[in-house]
Design a protein around this ligand. Structure first.
Ligand code: TYD
Ligand code: MG
Length: 456
């Protein structure tokens, strides 16, 4: 039985229950309910302070004073994902798997920004000062005037932020902080929510930009801090495939910019290096392109990115053929396979299908449909696509190839990287000296691939 004022909070989704049970009724996670003492019943309003029953003072949309300029940190890929620099007074959550490089990235951001005269603080609850120093030294940032602190008590951090004048403060990580106003342990939903709330409020009040680091759990949730996502102005995730040095920064929510921008980094001996030309990275350089490979001319945020899509169609050794996909949506693969079967006469019923996006990139654009279909058809028909050909286009269930946005940008990027033709939706106009093999039906594309009819 719960004590007075006690409630059971799911550490995964943050739902509050009055009774303990083995499985959270809200998100179905097992063993995540933990007893936490609530200072007031969940959902109850805090007593109003300051308002004194005078009502709200409404303001117009037009501001009388100009907004302060964004903080340009000098790490361009980071600035772009934030929407063109960090907005003063905003709170950003940087989420990622342990070990992906969050601390490295933010130390770099703090170091570069400090070198440009931004007043930066880096508060770590995970590492000792000496560890951070030696990392900064290795990254060539030892001389940057960053103010370091190792602290986990929220009260100490709040006092420091009130007494020193900071423009940008990094908190690494939100899961290590604890507030003495709550009984729950560090990392619990109550603590994480309380600490993030306090920091975000202070950030807004004093115009400090705060970046909170949040670890992600095995199943991809921001551990506990799902509850933090709606408190902050931007949620940025830092991702990387195991075994690849590439790291991708992606905005999942941004109140001050677009959410489709990506930043690309490469992890090396001296920290993260910005990758200015991601296409060169995701293309399988050198050697003949073999059957089953197609180069997709994609768009990530505002930038064109070329990436190789690889497919392997092989006879299945078992009754149920395998479908495995890395870097693309498996539902989308099933759809493209069904359209290839139903509209183009290619059978996959007794064959295993593997699809892989090179370089560890994850593609979400529908424009990749045709590239995936071309790779699959190329592998099934054992006919390689021409070396100098890129592919883009959306496929509908009826087997039509639909036009996609920003074809010109895609073609120009492909031309820049030495490609000279594109398998694209019919009606795409030539650009940048690229020849277009226009198709309006997927069956037409498959036939031309089978006949080797794209090369001339
Ligand atoms: P880290 O930033 O500590 O990860 P996180 O804060 O997300 O947990 O990065 C840890 C990994 O990065 C570690 O496995 C080693 C690697 N790394 C390098 O390869 N080169 C470097 O210069 C640095 C600083 C880290
Ligand atoms: Mg870390």
């Amino acid at each position: 039985m719960a004590r007075d004022g006690a409630a059971f909070v799911c550490q995964s989704c943050g739902a509050v229950q009055s009774k303990w049970s083995g499985q959270c009724p809200a998100c179905n996670a097992w063993n995540t309910l933990v007893e936490e003492v609530q200072s007031r019943p969940p959902g109850a309003l805090a007593p109003s302070r300051g308002a004194k029953g005078l009502g709200l003072a409404f303001e117009g949309l037009q501001s009388t004073s100009p907004a302060p300029p964004r903080i340009i940190t000098g790490v361009d890929e980071f600035d772009r994902v934030c929407g063109g620099g960090v907005v003063p007074g905003s709170a950003i959550l940087l989420a990622g798997d342990p070990g992906v490089g969050k601390s490295t990235l933010l130390l770099q951001v703090a170091g570069e920004a400090a070198k440009r005269g931004v007043s930066c603080g880096y508060i770590s609850g995970e590492e000792a000062i000496e560890q951070i120093r030696s990392r900064a030294h290795r990254m060539g940032l030892a001389a940057a005037p960053v103010k370091l602190a190792a602290e986990t008590a929220l009260r100490g951090i709040m006092d420091a932020l009130k007494s020193e004048k900071f423009d940008l403060v990094i908190i690494d990580s939100i899961q290590t902080l604890w507030s003495d106003a709550h009984e729950a342990g560090p990392g619990s939903v109550t603590q994480v929510r309380a600490c993030a709330g306090e920091l975000v409020r202070l950030a807004k009040k004093r115009g400090i930009a705060v970046v909170l680091v949040g670890h992600v759990t095995k199943d991809g949730q921001i551990a506990g801090p799902r509850v933090v996502e709606h408190m902050v102005d931007a949620v940025i995730s830092f991702e990387g495939e195991r075994g690849y040095p590439f790291r991708i920064l992606r905005a999942a929510k941004n109140r001050f910019g677009a959410t489709d921008e990506i930043g690309v980094f490469e992890m090396g001996d001296s920290g993260l290096a910005e990758v200015k030309n991601p296409s060169a990275l995701f293309l399988n350089e050198g050697g003949q392109r073999s059957a089953g490979a197609a180069v997709f001319a994609g768009i990530e945020g505002s930038r064109p990115v070329l990436v190789e899509v690889q497919a392997l169609v092989a006879p299945s050794a078992y009754g149920t053929p395998r479908r495995a996909v890395v870097g693309w949506d498996s539902g989308r693969l099933a759809m493209v396979l069904a359209v290839l079967e139903a509209r183009c006469g290619l059978g996959f019923g007794n064959r295993d299908v593997y699809l892989n996006v090179a370089g560890g990139l994850r593609i979400t654009e529908p424009a990749a449909d045709l590239a995936a279909a071309a790779a699959l058809a190329s592998s099934a028909l054992e006919e390689a696509l021409p070396q100098d050909c890129v592919v883009f286009g959306e496929i509908s269930l009826s087997g039509d190839v639909r036009p996609v946005s920003r074809a010109e940008t895609r073609l120009k990027e492909a031309a820049k990287l030495g490609f000279s033709r594109a398998l694209a939706p019919a009606g795409t106009s030539e650009s940048g000296g690229m020849k277009i093999a226009g198709v309006s039906r997927l069956a037409d594309a498959v036939r031309r691939i089978g006949e080797g009819g794209l090369g001339s």
